[in-house]
Design a protein around this ligand. Structure first.
Ligand SMILES: Nc1ncnc2c1ncn2[C@@H]1O[C@H](COP(=O)(O)OP(=O)(O)O)[C@@H](O)[C@H]1O
Ligand SMILES: N[C@@H](CCC(=O)OP(=O)(O)O)C(=O)O
Length: 265
């Protein structure tokens, strides 16, 4: 069995979607085509008998539009404020569309540092496991009101790896606006080549990863590599793929060669 083929047997799957995949780069408005396809694919994973958790960014991007601001705010408290508006909006949209597919969703707002706090960690773990047992789809984001560190570094990628570790997931999928890890940021070098498989996160791999590529994205490839380190060292395979590829999630869980696969240790 090839490493890709073993992705067919994954039972607990975490899907993380970045702000750049949920909004149009030109206007900052919500990309409903993308969102609807994502929701349909996640529902299908559940229908296949898998447990799924969605980690979503986009609160700041959506809140910026809702409040009619010309651009993403620079100051921290304004970012937190628009995140609070955008988070409510995002959940309303997720709930509406998921309900069309008869799915119940739950909002989970957590912070990365919960990993160092045994009681909070246990509570988060219990809640997530109970939701999966009930058949609901947990939708996770950072609690931007209390966790300023995350907004500054924009690190929902690491958060999704922490969630994967927390629930002992089998597979983490990071959906972005890029096909995967390239030898160099393709926005800077058109000729950069896509890497399809990474079995060891060496210094060379880390040096390939640059920052965010769009105005709404934060963290770029660097935080995705940080996520891959957490996931793979905890026995979780991770794939970075482009959210704009048709049926991208289905392709990944059927073992097709899409994106970059980081192989679990
Ligand atoms: N080596 C690399 N390979 C691919 N993308 C890279 C690389 N280095 C930097 N990037 C940038 O990372 C971006 C994706 O990260 P980010 O903007 O944070 O998106 P998201 O909102 O999906 O988290 C890409 O658009 C790309 O410009
Ligand atoms: N909690 C923030 C997360 C920001 C963030 O990590 O963004 P991204 O790089 O698009 O995953 C939000 O929802 O806007």
């Amino acid at each position: 069995m090839t490493v890709r083929e073993r992705l067919k047997d994954k039972k607990k799957v975490i899907v993380k979607v970045g702000s750049s995949s949920l909004t149009y780069e030109e206007t900052g408005e919500i990309n409903y085509f993308r969102l609807e396809r994502l929701i349909r694919e996640i529902t299908d994973l559940k229908n296949m008998g898998k447990d799924v958790i969605l980690v979503t960014s986009g609160a700041i991007a959506v809140g910026t539009k809702t409040m009619n601001l010309p651009s993403r705010p620079n100051c921290l408290e304004e970012k937190q404020a628009v995140a609070a508006v955008g988070q409510a909006n995002l959940m309303m949209i997720y709930q509406k569309i998921f309900s069309e597919y008869n799915q119940n969703v739950a909002q989970i707002l957590i912070t990365k540092n919960l990993i160092d706090q045994p009681v909070r960690r246990q509570n988060a773990q219990n809640t997530l496991n109970a939701l999966l047992k009930m058949g609901a789809i947990p939708i996770v984001n950072e609690n931007d009101t209390v966790a300023t560190e995350e907004i500054v570094y924009g690190d929902n990628d690491t958060l999704s790896a922490i969630v994967s570790k927390l629930v002992r997931a089998d597979l983490l999928i990071l959906l972005s606006d890029i096909d995967g890890l390239y030898e160099e940021d393709p926005r800077k070098n058109n000729d950069a080549k896509l890497i399809t498989e990474v079995s060891e996160i060496t210094d060379d791999v880390q040096h390939m990863a640059g920052g965010a590529g769009s105005v709404v994205g934060t963290g770029g490839m660097a935080t995705k590599i940080a996520a891959a380190k957490i996931a793979t060292s905890n026995g979780i395979d991770m794939v970075i793929a482009n959210a704009s590829v048709d049926n991208v999630i289905e392709k990944i869980v059927y073992g097709e060669q899409v994106g970059t696969l980081f192989i679990a240790k």
